[in-house]
Design a binder for this molecule. Structure first.
Ligand SMILES: [Zn+2]
Ligand SMILES: [Zn+2]
Length: 428
């Protein structure tokens, strides 16, 4: 276990405290980041080999809590089930920022040939599944553990406090349970925090950073529409009300919301019907049809607007046929939206961490990320770190059993998180 490094750390701190003044905080951080890299790599391999599903991150949270405590950081465990929150406390009159990493793995059987590949299996619902850090959250945790070590070694110099948020269940809590960022927020994790930063690894040039101001990862809501007609013989449609024809009209009607009703120059959005079910036999018109779908948007206003329009479209089309439509919308993850002012403030810091030529603006992603719940409360900046092996011409996406993060990107992640904390607090 890579925990016996405290003495080395203290020696380094002393060394830095006598370096010439006039150096910036990030100059002070650089040698500390170098010294922690080997440990970050080994934590990441260890976490990768021992993945745990959402709300079940028991070994993971114990390892993180132990590390934070060894650094003299104030630690709270069991936040929103298995979450770990550490506070590196500075002067009380100075601001506090938060750095966030997610901890959960996915029910995916790893197919990457690595000495530290996951062989873990577990029960998922009624099935035995492989477990893998197929979304790369092992990297996020190792990076934040490394940043915590660097920042703890510099605590005397930091003009504020830093909260380290290790969050469970980003991919969603198990059936029937709550969890993730929404629950962390409800349990008060953002108390006294003025800004939050987070990163995600993914396919992209090794060590590059991509960000975008405003809404850049979609809100993800699900909906169901039940069309209630009246059952009759397939040969006597006038004897009832055909919910299959009405449902077909509703599917097409819903498509006109994004294509014909919303201003397409403003922001993209998606309405998809992914499941439709009704009827038992070729010659019976059934009583009802149920359909399920998903809504993706990049703007909270558009999101509300689409909800209203789905209801109106389904109900009005059903009414025109004498049927009824029951619409239920389940609000999921909100839009992940980077605060424009905070983004502007911190872009230079990202460029300093990765190199100006390696930082770019990313396109929007229609996938969702529950970091959005923090950003609903306080300004936040979430960005992507490219972890593709330069030799790999066709890197696998997150959630693939072949997803692979090149660990040479890890120091860039540590640098970005450390620099963001230091420079934000310095600017405030
Ligand atoms: Zn994921
Ligand atoms: Zn993820």
């Amino acid at each position: 276990m890579p925990f016996g490094y405290r003495t080395g750390l203290i020696a380094l701190t002393l060394l830095i405290s006598v370096t010439a003044s006039g150096e910036t905080l990030t100059d002070h951080a650089d040698p500390l980041i170098d010294s922690v890299t080997e440990k970050v790599v080994s934590w990441r391999r260890d976490l990768h080999e021992h993945p745990e599903l959402g709300n079940r991150e028991f070994r993971t949270s114990a390892l993180i809590a132990k590390h934070l405590r060894s650094l003299g950081i104030e630690v709270t465990t069991n936040v929103a089930h298995t979450g770990v929150v550490g506070i590196l406390r500075g002067a009380a009159d100075k601001p506090m920022i938060a750095l966030r990493a997610d901890m959960d793995a996915l029910p995916v059987k790893e197919r990457v040939d690595l000495p530290f590949a996951s062989k873990v299996t577990t029960q998922y619902g009624d099935r035995e599944v492989g477990v893998m850090h197929a979304c790369g959250h092992d990297n996020h945790m190792a990076i934040l553990m490394g940043a915590a070590e660097v920042l703890a070694a510099m605590r005397e110099k930091i003009p504020g406090s830093i909260k380290f948020i290790f969050q469970p269940a980003e991919e969603g809590a198990p059936e029937g349970e709550e969890g993730g960022a929404e629950m962390m927020v409800r349990e008060g994790v953002l108390q006294d925090v003025s800004a939050i930063f987070g990163l995600h690894v993914g396919p992209g040039p090794l060590g590059s950073i991509a960000y975008r101001a405003g809404g850049f990862m979609a809100s993800s809501d699900s909906f169901s529409v039940t069309i209630n007609g009246r059952q009759t013989h397939g040969a006597v449609p006038w004897g009832g009300i055909d919910p299959i024809v009405v449902a077909s009209q509703v599917v097409l009607g819903l498509q006109t919301i994004t294509s014909r009703q919303l201003d397409s120059t403003l922001t993209p959005s998606i309405v998809t019907v992914g499941k439709i079910q009704g009827g038992v036999r070729f010659n019976i018109i059934p009583d009802s049809v149920e359909m399920l779908g998903t809504i993706r948007t990049f703007d909270p206003g558009v999101r509300q607007d689409i909800h209203r329009r789905i209801k109106r479209t389904a109900e009005s089309i059903a009414e025109s046929a004498g049927a009824t439509a029951v619409v239920k919308i389940d609000k999921g993850t909100p839009v992940t939206s980077n605060d424009p002012a905070l983004t502007r403030l911190m872009v230079a810091t990202l460029e300093k961490a990765a190199g100006a030529d390696k930082v770019g603006i990313m396109p929007r992603a229609t996938t969702a990320e529950d970091f959005a719940y923090y950003q609903k409360q306080i300004p936040g900046l979430f960005f992507f770190l490219g972890v593709s092996d330069p030799e790999d011409e066709n890197p696998a996406s997150n959630h693939s059993p072949y997803f692979y993060a090149d660990e040479r990107a890890l120091p860039v992640g540590v640098k970005a998180m450390t620099y963001l904390a230091l420079e934000y607090l310095e600017k405030e």
